[in-house]
Design a protein. Structure first.
Length: 149
């Protein structure tokens, strides 16, 4: 069942531009799969699915094989450089390997998240200011999920 579901997820993201896990849950539920968003999240992690920047400026799920070379480089910069991520109120603090914060910060800036008010990088630390505490928590979780793949 799991292998069949995961294969179907790969087919769906290949055929359609899926922006949110909830969209996958709805499609799979309509096809008779009785799953939760948490299950889809685990499947995405196991399948090493990433979010790719679309031509329209939106982000959608893609497999590593369909992701662009620039996305793969960005992913590598993040996974190879980030040591930890935390948030305090509406600020996300990213700790990096010494000398890599500027590259990581530029990669995060390229994500074009409208909720980011601004970023600043030192040698090994980045401060990302968001509009709300909730948005900071969501970004922190997104970065953690990305680097833990």
């Amino acid at each position: 069942m799991k292998k069949r579901r995961q294969q179907r997820i790969l087919e769906i993201i290949t055929d359609k531009k899926i922006e949110k896990q909830e969209e996958l849950v709805e499609i799979l539920a309509a096809e008779g799969y009785n799953i939760t968003q948490a299950t889809v999240s685990r499947d995405i992690k196991e399948l090493r699915i990433v979010k790719a920047l679309g031509e329209d400026g939106g982000y959608y799920y893609a497999t590593g094989s369909t992701a662009s070379p620039s996305l793969k480089r960005s992913y590598n910069i993040l996974t190879d450089s980030i040591k930890s991520v935390d948030n305090a109120i509406n600020i996300v603090v990213v700790k990096c390997i010494s000398g890599r914060a500027a590259a990581v910060c530029a990669t995060i800036d390229d994500m074009e998240r409208s909720k980011i008010v601004g970023t600043i990088a030192g040698d090994d630390t980045i401060f990302i200011v968001l509009k709300t505490e909730e948005e900071a928590y969501v970004l922190k979780k997104e970065i953690i999920n990305l680097i833990e793949r």
